[in-house]
Each structure stands twice: as C-alpha cells, then as structure tokens.
Design a protein around this ligand. Sequence first.
Ligand SMILES: [Zn+2]
Length: 350
Amino acid sequence: MNATNTPLTDFIARLPKVELHLHLEGSVRPETLRELARTKGWLKRVGAAYWAWRRARQSYRYGSFRKFLRSFGAATLLLETPEDYALATRRLVEWLGRQNVRYAEVTLSAGVILWKKQSVEAVFDAVSAAAAEVHGRTGVRINWIFDAIRHFGVAHVREVLRWAERFCSRGVVALGIGGDEARGPAGLFAEVYAEARAAGLHRTAHAGEVGGPESIRQAVELLGAERIGHGLAAARDPTVMALLRERRIPLEVCLTSNVATGILRRLEDHPLRQLLEGGLVVTLNSDDPAMFGTSLTEEFLLAANRFGLTRDQLVCLSENAIRATFLPATEQQALLQDLAKVAGVRGESH
Ligand SMILES: [Zn+2]
C-alpha cells in the first residue's frame, strides 16, 4: 500500500509529534475535571460540571482575550493541592501518548501557583513525579517551562525565575511570560531575562498574540526570546517577518486558540500560509486544548484541511518543532530519526 494514500487522519496519527506550547492548567479535559471534582465537596463538583458544560455550550469561544484570561484563572482554582496537579499531569501525558506526541515542553504557570499562595516546590515535586511515572509506562517525555504573568510586574516574574533556577536540574528548561502584553510590555523584563540566560535557562515569550508586531520585536531584541508564543502579528510587519526569518526564531502557532480567545474572527483569518511562505520556522501547538476543544492532532488536521497544507508540509512542521525543542542535539536526532521513518516511506510501495 502507498503511504500517501492512507487517510489523512491515519497519517497524522502515525506522525511522531512534539508539542512546545501547551499549558498544563488549560489541558484539564472534562473527564479529568470530573475525576478531580470527585475528591471535593458537592459545591465544587456541581461547579466543575457546570463549567465543563458551559465551555462546550459556548463552543469553546470566550469572546475576548480578557474574558479568556478570567476563565483560565477560574480553571486553575480547581487545582487546589499538589495531588490535583499530579492528576492533571498524569492525564495530560497519557493523552499526549495516545496522540503519538513523543515529547512536550509543558508550561506550568508557576505565576498562578504563587498567586494562589500554594507551594511551588510541593506542586513541582508532585507533577515531576507524575510525569516520570507516566514516562515509564508510555515513553512520552516532558520537560517544563515556568511561566510568569507579565501584567503582575517585574518582581513577580523574577520570583518565578528563582523557582525555575531552583529546578533547572530537574527538567525545568525555560522561563516564559504570558498574559496581557499591553499591561506588561517586554521591555520591563529585559533584566530578568538576562538573569535567566546567565542561569542557563532558555527563554520564551508569548508575543504578537494580542499585541502588535512591535511586541514580537521587543521579545526578540530586548528579552532574547528563543521562541515566540503565537507571533501571528508578525504577518502585519515585513521588518518583523525579516527579523524572525534571519534569526530563525520559531513561532509556536496555535490556530484554534486565536479564534477561541477572540483575537481572530474566523480561522481563515489566521496568517499561517503567509508565515510559511515568508520562510519562517513555524510549529503547530494546541495551547490550552481543553479550554478550546482541540488537540495537537486536531491542529494538524486543521492545517491540512482548512489551510491546504500538504503531507510534506505537515512533516516539515513536525521537524521544525523537534529542532525547536530545548533538548540536546542527540535527543533531537533520535526524534528526527523516528520522524524520518514515517516521512521517509511517503511515495514508496509496500
Ligand atoms: Zn499560551
């Protein structure tokens, strides 16, 4: 049988995938939510059920980015104990395995944990143990990105950095910032990002999601961000496109997310093709899959079905993601070889 003749879904399922932009807190799917709520009082059980129902009923659309941020905050409140975080991690990594995601850099909002006045240490102990346990069973490996809330200010971001430094020998590979770009412009955090670099941590930043192209330029030039979360605003400025192309800075594109949070009116408005045709390093990601009713598999399907990407281009997106990981070169090579086994049979007869 010719591999190119197999259905697209089968091809995507077999494709070894890597996810670089995935928030643990936004990945708690309704079944996990119910599982979590089982240990809580009746009010929380009813609340969780209502919340899951409402998300589905509103077709996973939040109307505006501010409303989405509020919903994200609410979603994190159910994660009350380290054990809750561990369960969320276990279910996420198992689910990644079912999608043939071999490796993920999962964002843990250390900023939200601090905001909730929980122990970052206890939560991290729990999630890293849970991830190790599932890795043993499924082979899916994850590392962590500690994310701070940019509109909480510099001292907050620095506190998150200190925690990231503390756990950098235990799988925390990078510092990131998310939240409201307008209320927390990149320039504020230049010094903190320089400290992260000096500590041997990688640096990512959400930019050009709600903000304009200038926010991307600042993340690159002032923060030294090695990957950009979203970055769709780059398409509006050829000089920012050129900057990203010349420095080979990967974009973590999240198609469904940008519609769900109200940044784009329709999926067709996403500049995915323009970013690809402009020679940028594009990767596909699911962001907050449970909040948006999506998955990485679904994002690949959308890229093919709604944006007309060929199988070669899908392979290329997966390859880009592997090369954009913060893994050592030898581990990237192992993933690339797995990918070549699937991609390499295209067009050959069996
Ligand atoms: Zn994100």
